[in-house]
Structure formats: C-alpha cells, structure tokens
Design a protein around this ligand. Structure first.
Ligand code: SAH
Length: 273
C-alpha cells in the first residue's frame, strides 16, 4: 500500500475529492492511504499562529517555518518507528512542496511518483511559505501549471489523483492506462459510444467494422493527427516509427496546411496508404 501525508491549513477541503469515485475506491481497497495533517496542530502559542508578515515588507502573509518543519519531522519519525529505521532519505520519502515555482507537473512526474511507497505533500497558502521550507526541508517542488492558486490544496489533489490512478489495481482495466493522452507521448484518439447515430451524426464507420487491425491503424493515425493539430511540440518526444515521422514532416511542411489544420482523418489515411 502507498501512503501519502498531506500538510494543509484546510484539511476539510480534501473530504469531497478523496471521498468519491476512483480515489475513494482505492482508499477503501487499501491500495492507498492518505493522512491529512493540519499545520495548525503543530503550533505552540495560544493563537495557533501559522503565518507572519514578510521580512522586508510587502503584501500578504507568509507561512512560518516552525510548524511545517515540526509536522514533517513528526511524520518522518512515525515512518521510521514503523519501519524500524533511524533515519529516512528523500528517495524513500519525497517531501514535495506545491508551489507555482516548482517543476511543471506531467504524466511523466506522476509515473515517477507512483513508484514511491510513501510521500509527503506540503500545501502553502496566502503569499507562500518561508523560503527555508523549500531550501532545507522539501526534496522536490511541483507546480501544476503556470498560474497562481490561492492555496496548494487543489494542486495536491491533482498530484495525488494522477498518481493514484497509476497504482496497480486502482483502475478496472490497466490497458486503458496505456492509451491515455500523454502516456504514449500523444494525445488519445477520439472515442465514441452508443448510439451509432446521434442527431444525424455518425460514428466513424471503421469503428463499427469489427476489423481490429483497421481500428488500431485508424486510432494511431487519429492520435498523431490530433497531436499535430493541438500540441505539435509533443511530437518531438513521441515514439513514432520512421514512416510516421515522415508523414508528420509532410503534413507540417505542406504549403497552406499549417500544423495539420486542414487535414481530416480521412485525408491522413489516404496520405498514409
Ligand atoms: N507568492 C507566491 C504564490 C503564493 S500562492 C509566488 O509568487 O510564488 C499560495 C500557495 O498556493 C503556494 O504557496 C502554493 O502552495 C499554492 N500554489 C499556487 N499556485 C500553484 C501552482 N500553480 N502549483 C502548485 N501550487 C500552487
């Protein structure tokens, strides 16, 4: 079982997202356990002060280092006690600060985190956290995107959700993971379900053909075409065979056909046949 500790000023925010759907099922089936710790519980003054004014002046409040250090130390010593060891390094226990200044979260990072048996996430708030937290306590800093949230809680939920669905046994079918957008380096092909005709719009015929080789070929092409059109920069790192590379080259350099804009799936199939 994977164990995740989360430090937050607002533990109640996690109840909804962790209490339904795939995450709840993963928790119920003991594939993951998640403990939310209130940073306020690690203060010692009578007002339970977690923040203070920034040195040097400026707007907003900064989370104080002491309660965050104490909370992480208490989590660490619990883990050490349970595992019968005297200390624990950041490979065994990544300590991740959620911050807009961190490395940009991706499927690749989610996969990397999903190999750890435990991790601790720290959610900032207000104007952020005292710099000694990222400098001397956290082993990693993660941002979920180039925008500023009011707190790290939503970011922690995003990180946890993407990690948990990768854990063995969490999704009904492991196969679905292999084709997900960003897993293959491509965006996923378009998906359809019943009815075959909705408001006079039909599902692509190939999907109804029962010809699995044709379906696989169509999906692969659609995934490439869609990635070229929406996120061409992803193709640089995608795993394409030389024919597929040539096709992409052709489509992206054809005069008047910028980044696959004017190409339909049908044209792509004709091009490729
Ligand atoms: N003044 C800070 C931002 C503070 S936002 C700065 O400019 O860097 C308050 C908190 O929200 C942060 O401490 C962080 O925990 C969280 N947060 C905000 N945006 C985030 C993002 N894009 N990814 C992850 N966490 C974020």
């Amino acid at each position: 079982m994977v164990h995740i500790d989360i430090l937050s000023l607002f533990p109640e925010m996690f109840q909804g997202p962790f209490g339904i759907g795939i995450l709840k099922r993963a928790i119920d089936r003991k594939l993951v356990s998640i403990s939310i710790h209130n940073i306020r519980d690690y203060t010692h003054d009578k007002h339970a002060t977690v923040d203070d004014y920034p040195y040097g002046g400026g707007a907003g409040m900064i989370l104080k280092p002491e309660p965050i250090f104490e909370a992480v130390e208490s989590i660490k010593s619990d883990i050490c006690r349970k595992q019968g060891v005297s200390d624990i390094d950041c490979y065994t226990l990544p300590i991740i600060l959620l911050t807009p200044q961190g490395r940009l979260y991706s499927q690749h990072i989610a996969a990397e985190l999903s190999t750890h048996r435990q991790m601790t996430l720290i959610c900032g708030h207000y104007e952020g956290v005292d710099e000694r937290v990222p400098e001397y306590l956290a082993s990693d800093e993660i941002s979920i995107g180039d925008y500023v949230l009011s707190g790290g809680e939503l970011a922690a939920m995003v990180v946890v959700d993407a990690v948990v669905r990768l854990l063995p046994g969490v999704l009904g079918s492991q196969a679905s993971l292999l084709e997900d957008s960003h897993v293959t380096g491509l965006l996923e092909y378009p998906q359809y379900t019943r009815p075959a005709v909705h408001r006079e719009r039909s599902v692509p015929e190939v999907l109804l053909s029962g010809n699995h080789a044709q379906i696989a070929k169509w999906r692969r092409e659609q995934a490439i075409l869609r990635t070229l059109k929406r996120r061409p920069e992803l193709l640089d790192k995608a795993n394409l065979c030389s024919e597929e590379r040539q096709l992409v080259e052709r489509l992206s350099t054809s005069p008047g056909k910028s980044a696959g804009d004017k190409w339909s799936g049908q044209q792509l199939m004709e091009e490729n046949s």
